[in-house]
Design a protein around this ligand. Structure first.
Ligand SMILES: Cc1cc2nc3c(=O)[nH]c(=O)nc-3n(C[C@H](O)[C@H](O)[C@H](O)COP(=O)(O)O)c2cc1C
Length: 406
């Protein structure tokens, strides 16, 4: 029979210490978020529905976004074993500069609407981890404010081609002066996509204080308190206008853009030039001939053309067409480290992530973004270790196949 004794304090103490009871509730919730889906659930709890839907949603029937996820769900890895993965290295070069992970934090508009900490909080995480951060034209922090808030982050600037050409040129001058080293020219938005959730929610930026939003305040008091007690929510690079996001995009964006606009950017911008929103092999070839440094195979996370092709499926075809002449990035629906590893193995130089970090931001500000990136980093390391790939350059298409839908 077992002999019993009283427990001793020095034996019990470490067991209690496993969960610090003084950590605040939000920090505990973030620490318990096991993956990006858990962060999404937390984000939904803490953000008014119209704002969550603006982030989470896509255009039309949201088929482009769902299909991107379906293809990631069909990934099957073929691991190699007995490969000594003790010294794993996730570093890679992105447009000539070393990056801790094959990840870029994608440009997203209105970031301070998701959480008042906004763009500087996201950029601060990118700086800490050692990955690039891309500021959007529709950002809620100016080019200069972001550069002074987070001077040590590798900064990219995303430009929408606006009707007002002097405004375009002015933004490029300011970005170059602020040491942004890469310009991302987004070309999949000659007009705004039709985002049904925003129409149904009547979303305007900034959100209006209507009767229904007042009712909503009682459910999300801290979000409203933070929005109303920090700098007014407006575009840092564009004059705000009354109306929905789609109204603004349609008013400001130039629907008559052509390859000449890419040539203009190439001649005007002193740094690296990446064109985002490429969705065909023919356009990838054209842009390579126009002398860009890279392209992002992207359908804007399904937010523009619904029923658009899935970037991951186009990747091998585009790589075959352009070879190593330009860098090829992809985005859309990336929610796990496994997704990142699969995309890189299939030929992507890096992956842009949007919603994954925005869920973290909505769930808990900068700490939430940090949690999102930490989760992806841990998943990338574990996936690479279990695949037997010791470095990013060892990730090749041999590791990946697509299962047929069951
Ligand atoms: C809320 C939100 C705002 C966005 N704003 C912009 C933008 O201003 N400029 C741009 O080029 N892309 C924008 N995008 C698209 C992202 O840069 C990226 O292509 C997309 O988020 C990738 O898909 P994922 O969110 O599934 O990772 C936005 C995406 C989201 C979710």
């Amino acid at each position: 029979m077992a002999t019993r004794r009283l427990p001793r304090w020095h034996e019990v103490k470490p067991l209690i210490g496993a969960e610090n009871p003084f950590k605040n509730r939000r920090a505990r919730a973030l620490a318990r978020a096991a993956n990006i889906w858990d962060l999404r659930a937390l984000a939904k709890q803490h953000t008014p529905a119209a704002v969550f839907d603006y982030t989470d949603g896509a255009a039309g029937a949201e088929l482009a976004l769902h299909r991107a996820r379906e293809v990631f769900n069909r990934i099957e890895f073929e691991p190699r074993v007995l490969r000594d993965v003790a010294n794993l290295d996730t570093k890679t070069e992105i447009l000539g500069v070393s990056s801790a992970l094959p990840i870029v934090l994608a440009p997203t508009g209105f970031t301070r609407m998701m959480h008042h900490a906004g763009e500087p909080a996201v950029a601060a995480v990118a700086a800490k981890v050692g990955i690039p951060y891309c500021l959007s034209t529709l950002g809620t922090t100016s080019i200069e404010d972001l550069a002074s808030a987070v001077p040590n982050v590798r900064r990219w600037f995303q430009l929408y081609l606006m009707r007002d050409r002097s405004l375009r040129a002015g933004l490029l001058e300011r970005a170059a002066a602020g040491d942004y080293d890469t310009l991302v020219l987004t070309v999949d938005a000659p007009v705004a996509g039709i985002r049904n959730r925003d129409i149904r929610n009547g979303l305007t930026v900034p959100p209006k204080l209507s009767l229904s939003t007042l009712a909503n305040m009682s459910r999300y008091p801290s979000w409203w308190f933070n929005v109303l007690t920090t700098e007014p929510l407006e575009f840092a690079t564009l004059r705000s206008s009354e109306g929905t996001v789609a109204d603004l995009m349609n008013k400001v964006f130039d629907p008559s853009v052509t390859p000449a606009d890419v040539t203009w950017a190439r001649e005007t911008w002193p740094g690296k030039l990446v064109v985002k929103g490429v969705q065909s092999v023919a356009d990838a070839k054209l842009l390579s001939e126009l002398g860009v440094d890279g392209i992002v195979l992207s359908n804007h996370g399904g937010r523009q053309l619904d029923m658009a092709p899935v970037p991951l499926e186009q990747l091998p075809l585009v790589k075959e067409a352009v070879g190593e002449s330009i860098s090829v990035f992809i985005d859309g629906g990336v929610l796990s480290g496994g997704d990142v590893v699969a995309a890189v193995a299939l030929g992507a130089d890096a992956v842009l992530i949007g919603r994954a970090y925005l869920y973290g931001l909505m769930a808990g500000g900068q700490a939430g973004v940090q949690r999102a990136v930490d989760i992806l980093q841990q998943e990338i390391r574990t996936t690479m270790s279990l695949l037997g790939a010791r470095s990013v350059s060892e990730l090749t298409p041999d590791f990946v196949r697509l299962r047929n839908p069951i």
